[in-house]
Design a protein around this ligand. Structure first.
Ligand code: PGA
Length: 286
């Protein structure tokens, strides 16, 4: 075979194995190309001083980690101080929510521009607690996502089924709806700033973690759906984090799944040492 033909054949082989290999053969080709993302969602916890102290404690524990993107998400009131404490380190700071307006008569809300102004680079959109307790639906979350991306913030977009939905055989439908509606209209270029967090609601804060097999099969379902809706480049590049009782003791097993590209961590991210334990387990996986 002349060289160009060999090269073309190789590229076809590469493409085919990248697209199907992960599931069919358990290969880990593309996940090595996706830099893992580990974020701590501190929820409604920590005063300003506590948030700063946690960032200060975390920094030396993860200073040598260059193969994982690391984010902490404090409450709004601590964002600026936490971002200042993290400045110059490999720890980024994100918010837990943002409104879909820049400013105006929206008492109590905070815009992505204001979040960016504090020094943050990320925002979580669509966490199940926002969906469940604050009635945020797919259409609003899609607006919030677009608005946040428009400011240049990177977004962790959360999806996940409840126990009732899983047991009722509705998991695929729920994930399909959340992705189809929630990520509607996101361009290939914008996807560079989007991560998807798969967080089964039954695993959040319950101590019950999805098994590696459950996580992998849901992540693969999500990636396949993203492939169908947005194409190969987006599907192969988008990071899918797992969330739901992730901790240092189960991180290594979960991250070894080919379609698990990091974590969104609640409880175990509140202490610098346990959060660092998850980050180092992910880093060691390479
Ligand atoms: P958890 O929370 O790790 O405490 O289960 C995860 C999340 O809600 O993001």
């Amino acid at each position: 075979m002349p060289f160009p033909a060999v090269f073309t054949a190789y590229r076809v082989f590469q493409r085919d194995h990248r697209v199907r290999g992960e599931a069919a053969l358990g290969w880990n080709i593309m996940s090595t190309a996706r830099k893992p993302l580990v974020a701590g969602n501190w929820k409604l916890n920590k005063l300003v001083g506590e948030a700063v102290a946690t960032v200060e404690a975390l920094k030396p524990l993860v200073a040598d980690v260059s193969n994982v993107d690391i984010v902490v998400c404090p409450v709004y009131t601590a964002l600026h101080a936490a971002a200042q404490a993290a400045a110059g380190s490999n720890v980024e700071v994100g918010a837990q929510n943002a409104y879909n307006k820049e400013n105006g008569a929206f008492t109590g809300e905070i815009s992505p521009q204001m979040i960016k102004d504090t020094g943050c680079t990320w925002v979580i959109i669509g966490h199940s607690e926002r969906r469940q307790y604050f009635g945020e639906g797919d259409a609003l979350l899609n607006e919030k996502l677009h608005f946040a991306l428009g400011t240049g913030l990177k977004v962790m977009f959360c999806i996940g089924e409840t126990l009732e939905e899983r047991e009722g055989g509705k998991m695929d439908d729920v994930l399909t709806r959340q992705i189809t509606e929630g990520l509607k209209g996101v361009s290939e270029a914008q996807f560079a700033n989007v991560a998807i967090a798969y967080e089964p609601v039954w695993a959040i804060g319950t101590g019950v973690t999805a098994s590696p097999e459950q996580a992998e099969s849901a992540h693969l379902f999500v990636r396949d759906l993203v492939r169908k809706l947005f194409g190969d480049a987006v599907a192969d590049g988008v990071r899918i984090q797992y969330g739901g009782s992730a901790k240092p003791g189960n991180a290594a097993e979960l991250i070894s799944q080919p379609n698990v590209d990091g974590f969104l961590v609640g409880g175990a991210a509140l202490q610098a040492d346990s959060f660092a334990g998850i980050i180092t387990a992910v880093s060691a996986h390479g």
